[in-house]
Ligand binder design. Structure first.
Ligand code: ACK
Length: 306
């Protein structure tokens, strides 16, 4: 099934309408940059939009944009960012998304002044939402999808601070197989974000739903601790890879908790969340829970896995 066909399933926007919605892609409307190009804010009628504009015209970049469109064409969930349409005209490749007024989780979590806005209740809402979105990708959607680049900057927040997973440029669709551990792929082009990457992916290019679970665990630790994962070490081949699992397990749980949360909520659920995260960042993929296990651990007060 060709990607072009899937892209065409979306409402097509004309280049001129998107261009005027974003003030001709003016610098003032720029939301940020990604590996693929630039994201702009725009207004069409009453609605606000975010436009992802592919700049590079290389085969790889076009492939990633098409990949993103073909993946997102398959999915719809309250915790996944919604694609409203696209534009393919001449040399232009645009993806048009719903606008997320609170931008990314990254902006809140690692900014000392904004971090305080994230009270425990909001963090729980974000953690549970991301877990639901990822579970949907892994198991509820018509196909199984491995995101491969889950991280704080790819979690967007709506006006009520509900999280939406974004950036499907690296996602892979895997078909068939009921045994969740069997659903894996292998790549020699290891791209993603060190620190969130599971050891088997960083070292050998093996990705699976369990490598997403690892990234989720790192994200969960970041949300609870308010600290960015920056643990790195050198491998035999002298590449730097994320070493989150050691960094976090070497600390006592209490030391991990974000100081802005301490008095209000060092409670049982907080330490439960750290335990869940530590299960997710285990070195061996087969020891990690599935997202379905994680969601039930997050929602049930008691679980045999804890
Ligand atoms: O962290 P940010 O402010 O939030 O910077 C990145 C940047 O664009 C590059 O990805 C922001 N961004 C991406 N998609 C959206 C969206 N749908 N609504 C609002 N901001 C977005 C993201």
């Amino acid at each position: 099934k060709g990607c072009e066909k899937e892209v065409d399933q979306f409402p097509l926007f004309s280049f001129s309408s998107v261009s005027s919605a974003t003030g001709n892609f003016s610098a003032a409307n720029k939301l940020g940059e990604g590996g693929f190009g630039t994201v702009y804010k725009g207004v069409i009628g009453q609605g606000e939009i975010a436009v992802k504009r592919l700049l590079g015209k290389s085969g790889q970049e076009i492939k990633e944009l098409k990949n993103e469109a073909s993946v997102i064409a398959q999915v719809q969930h309250k915790n996944l960012v919604k694609l409203l349409g696209c534009c393919i005209e001449k040399d232009e490749r645009l993806l048009i998304y719903e606008y997320m007024p609170n931008k990314s989780l990254d902006c809140f979590l690692f900014d000392p002044t904004k971090r305080e806005i994230l009270d425990w209740r909001t963090r729980v809402q974000i953690i549970k939402g991301v877990a639901q979105g990822l579970l949907y990708l892994h198991q509820y959607s018509r196909v199984r999808i491995i995101h491969r680049d889950l991280k704080a900057s790819n979690i967007l927040l709506d006006k009520d601070m509900n999280p939406k997973i974004s950036d499907f440029g690296m996602a892979r669709i895997v078909f068939g197989g009921n045994d969740e551990d069997e659903l894996q792929g292998n790549t020699s082009r290891i791209s993603g974000t060190y620190g969130y990457m599971s050891p088997e992916y960083a070292l050998e290019g093996i990705f699976s739903i369990k490598s997403d679970v690892f990234s989720f665990g790192v994200l969960l630790l970041e949300i609870v601790s308010g600290k960015k994962n920056t643990g790195f070490y050198r491998t035999k081949s002298l590449n730097l890879i994320g070493y989150a699992w050691d960094l976090w397990t070497s600390n006592k749980i209490i030391d991990l908790i974000d100081s802005v949360l301490e008095e209000a909520s060092f409670n049982e659920s907080l330490s439960r969340y750290v335990h869940i995260a530590l299960l997710c960042v285990q070195e061996r993929a087969e020891d990690r829970p599935t997202m379905s296990d994680v969601v039930s651990m997050l929602t049930n007060e008691t679980s045999s896995l804890l």
